[in-house]
Design a protein around this ligand. Structure first.
Ligand code: PHE
Length: 343
């Protein structure tokens, strides 16, 4: 009896030292101790050789040992079973862990979120729409009928499967879709990716990102447009920023304008960013053309509205002094990790 108790003690030490570092060793362990011809089973077989008055004591020792052997198996299975390399005994818990580098937001996302945040505070809702669009929502409804020369302002990717489909050239398609729903008033901004068939260079890419905005209600005026956009750039560049509106042309707005802000780098005298003019162009805007309202089933005699659109890349480049558009889509972490904070 004493001999067998000593033997069990020795097995315990053996189990403690048993190296289970991979699935094969785990199986070896299982067969040796817990298998049908294993040590635990064999020890239970010894029961009949134990004197009756010590059977109870021996039974307890055996059960204890069995639990111990199974416990070792279960904890080793959690590590060794799933990763062949890891072994409970080969892990040095005192070593420092592998650092997981924290990611950072893409600069386009940072600026987009900032723009969205400003307009949301003014009560604009974010609206979304398809990037593969039909001709109606990207062009015709926006007062750009077929063969209209203004279509050349936006070189377009067409889908060869169906000549009516294209990659949207602006997010104005979302505005059309929103107006077609017929629920007024509308106060939305439409952030998203847009596509234009341009030769890739430092200043042009085949896709970029926009935020466009639309407000339609009774009595909306150009004064509302100016005040809203003025508030927007003050939030973006600070209270001292000045704005100016230059007459422009878009088929879907009348009157139309380009909005410039006073150069936030030099503050006026002229520098490289503003090309020595003191002004930086940041968006296009105007009052929604009555034909566009009619195309969407809205009565232009009752409702008016304004729209605006800006390129996020352009604002981001100006903001951070980035001089090559391609950097945004090359995914070079040395570039991307520089933009960790808010704009
Ligand atoms: N859709 C125009 C573009 O992509 C931008 C714009 C939107 C201009 C709304 C005026 C009004 O160029």
């Amino acid at each position: 009896m004493e001999a067998i108790l000593g033997q069990i003690e020795a097995y315990r030490k053996e189990i403690e030292a048993f190296e289970i570092g991979n699935a094969a060793q785990l199986e070896e362990y299982r067969i040796k101790y817990l298998g049908t011809k294993g040590i635990v089973k064999a020890l239970f077989g010894e029961m009949r050789n134990v004197p009756t008055e010590r059977k109870k004591e021996f039974g307890q020792v055996l059960n204890d040992f069995k639990q111990f052997a199974e416990g070792r198996y279960e904890s080793a299975r959690d590590t060794a079973g799933s990763s062949p390399a890891a072994s409970a005994s080969s892990i040095d818990l005192s070593l420092p862990g592998d650092p997981l580098p924290a990611g950072s937001r893409h600069p386009i996302s940072l600026v987009r979120n900032r723009i969205i945040g400003i307009f949301q505070r003014l009560g604009f809702a974010v609206a979304d729409g398809p990037e593969v669009e039909d001709d109606w929502h990207n062009f015709t409804a926006l007062n750009l009928p077929e063969n209209h020369p203004a279509r050349d302002m936006q070189d377009t990717f067409y889908i060869s499967q169906n000549p009516d489909w294209l990659l949207r050239t602006h997010t104005s398609n979302v505005q059309i879709r929103e107006m077609e729903k017929g629920k007024l008033p509308i106060r939305i901004i439409c952030p998203g990716r847009v596509y234009r068939n341009e030769t890739i260079s430092a200043r042009a890419h085949c896709f970029f990102h926009q935020v466009e905005g639309l407000y339609i209600d009774e009595h909306v005026s150009f004064a509302d447009l100016k005040q809203t956009l003025y508030f927007f750039v003050q939030e973006l560049y600070g209270k001292d920023v000045k704005v100016r509106f230059r007459p422009s042309y878009f088929p879907f707005t009348e009157p139309s304008a380009e909005m410039d802000v006073s150069c936030f780098i030099c503050g006026g005298p002229g520098c490289r960013v503003c090309k020595q003019t003191g002004w930086v162009e940041i968006l296009g805007c105007g009052m929604v053309h009555p034909t566009v309202l009619e195309n969407c089933g809205i009565d232009p005699a009752k409702y008016t509205g304004y729209a605006f659109g800006m390129g996020i890349e352009r604002i981001t480049m100006l903001q951070y002094g980035i001089n090559d558009l391609r950097l945004f889509s090359e995914n070079d972490v040395r570039f991307l990790r520089q933009f960790t904070g808010a704009v």
